[in-house]
Unconditional design. Structure first.
Length: 79
């Protein structure tokens, strides 16, 4: 199911993903930030590689925040 306010009530779409979604002050915050950065870089690499192989389409990104902290980026490629 798509991520919408109907499927996830505390979802708040944003125009641009912030530099970090993770909440500071949580247990092991530095490691959480490192892991988030690793996953963002992997997503960027995978998406750019698929776009290069495809040669035509680009991924559309939707960023979202959760009211209690956190969030994410989803990407979709469609013809």
């Amino acid at each position: 199911a798509p991520l919408t306010k109907e499927t996830v009530p505390d979802l708040q779409p944003v125009d641009v993903a912030p530099p970090r979604f993770s909440v500071s002050g949580t247990t092991n915050t530095p490691m959480v930030h490192k892991m988030e950065q690793l996953l963002r870089e992997a997503q960027d690499f995978i998406c750019s590689s698929v776009e290069e192989v495809d040669g035509l389409e680009k991924f559309r990104e939707d960023a979202y925040l959760r009211k209690d902290g956190g969030g994410g980026r989803t990407r979709v490629m469609a013809n």
